[in-house]
Design a protein around this ligand. Structure first.
Ligand SMILES: NC(=O)c1ccc[n+]([C@@H]2O[C@H](COP(=O)([O-])OP(=O)(O)OC[C@H]3O[C@@H](n4cnc5c(N)ncnc54)[C@H](O)[C@@H]3O)[C@@H](O)[C@H]2O)c1
Length: 342
């Protein structure tokens, strides 16, 4: 989407969340009106969510709705009342490891809740549904970089299984003519980031002189992606609704598209960073050495994830440009400012 596009009425679910907050801000800057939905749950510090919301609420084009995604009647009425043109579903129960302990909430939000969104889109002529999937769907698939034509049938967490379920359900609804695009996010970080994410956890612990947990001796590699590069990708995708792929054939079914308006993209920074290097950058930025507690790999986690984003580059000119050095410096500056730490 660019500024010449006509103003849209966009439902952003998960607007109090990390990515939803940044995306809503960007859509508002572009002149679109945004209805932000969130249940402001306490999976992590609700004050951070409230502070994000208070920034959004200053904008006249923003309206906040506190609602659970799994509230079928509430979602039905919301779609009827608001006349959305576009929907971006970012509300989700996140966290790979927690899904091993608390599986039910993942199914309620990510599967039942997403079904309510799909039904809302189906009955209200939505022009494009964009929704959050995850790089975790690659699971046991160790072929890197990960591309959307690869097999994703071996998830290792229930979280990943629910995200894969979303992609499957979206395909069915694309058969009703709703353009759907699933975005597999890769390790998003940046200002206003999640307290359960490594950048935040380590920054906090190092500043408080507490040990940090370093899994697999830091030999974990990730496509760390700066949040504004993610937002740029989402807005570009949003203005290019999925179309049926004319070359798609059931004889050789290509997983990332279909004969219906269905698409899956990876979205992330293809420059893979090792956690050991990530830590050394953080230590330099904070001017302090971490106290390390080295541990083996965690259950549910994968050692390497690396994004092949060539499809997104080809289709919407996606080009994530923020180097990890700049992105982490911005994160640390925000952390110090937000938490009033010298
Ligand atoms: N941040 C990443 O690195 C990453 C990676 C892969 C996928 N994703 C996906 O992207 C999306 C956004 O992630 P994020 O990092 O902004 O997470 P986040 O936790 O900061 O935001 C999610 C928001 O959804 C809300 N929410 C959760 N369950 C809800 C429900 N049942 N009803 C209404 N609201 C609900 C939460 O209160 C939260 O504000 C999620 O779907 C996540 O699974 C994120």
């Amino acid at each position: 989407m660019n500024t010449t596009d006509t103003a849209r009425r966009v439902l952003v679910t998960g607007a109090a969340g990390f990515i939803g907050f940044h995306l809503s801000r960007r859509l508002l800057e572009m002149g679109h009106s945004v209805v932000g939905l969130d249940n402001v749950n306490d999976y992590y510090n609700t004050q951070l969510k409230k502070d994000r919301l208070s920034i959004l609420k200053r904008e006249s084009g923003f309206k906040f709705v506190r609602m659970h995604l799994e509230d079928e009647e509430g979602i039905t009425n919301l779609f009827r009342a608001e006349n959305f043109s576009h929907v971006i579903n970012l509300a989700g129960q996140t966290g790979v490891r927690d899904s091993l302990e608390n599986p039910l909430v993942y199914v309620k939000t990510n599967v039942v809740g997403f079904l309510n969104i799909l039904e809302g889109c189906r009955h209200n002529g939505i022009e494009h549904l964009v929704y959050a999937s995850s790089s975790s769907v690659y699971g046991l698939n160790a072929t890197t970089p990960h591309g959307v034509r690869q097999n994703v049938d071996h998830p290792i967490s229930l979280y990943a299984a629910t995200k894969k379920s979303d992609e499957l359900m979206a395909h069915v609804y694309s058969l009703y003519g709703i353009p759907t695009t699933g975005l597999r996010f890769f390790s998003v970080y940046g200002p206003w980031g999640r307290p359960d994410f490594v950048a935040y956890l380590w920054t906090k612990a190092i500043l408080e002189n507490r040990p940090i947990k370093v899994y697999n001796h830091g030999k974990i590699r990730r496509s760390f992606t700066y949040v504004s590069d993610i937002v740029e990708g989402i807005v570009r995708v949003l203005s290019n609704p999925a179309k049926p792929n004319p070359e798609w054939t059931g004889q050789r079914p290509e997983p990332g598209s279909s004969s219906s308006p269905y698409r899956i993209y990876n979205i992330g920074n293809p420059n893979v960073i090792e956690l050991e290097y990530f830590l050394s950058l953080l230590e330099n930025l904070l001017g302090k050495k971490a106290i390390r507690k080295d541990l083996p790999m965690q259950p549910g986690d994968v050692q390497d994830n690396a994004a092949d984003v060539s499809d997104l580059m080809r289709d919407v000119g996606y080009n994530p440009t923020t180097p990890i050095e700049t992105g982490l410096a911005n994160f640390v500056a925000w952390y110090r400012d937000y938490h009033n730490v010298k």
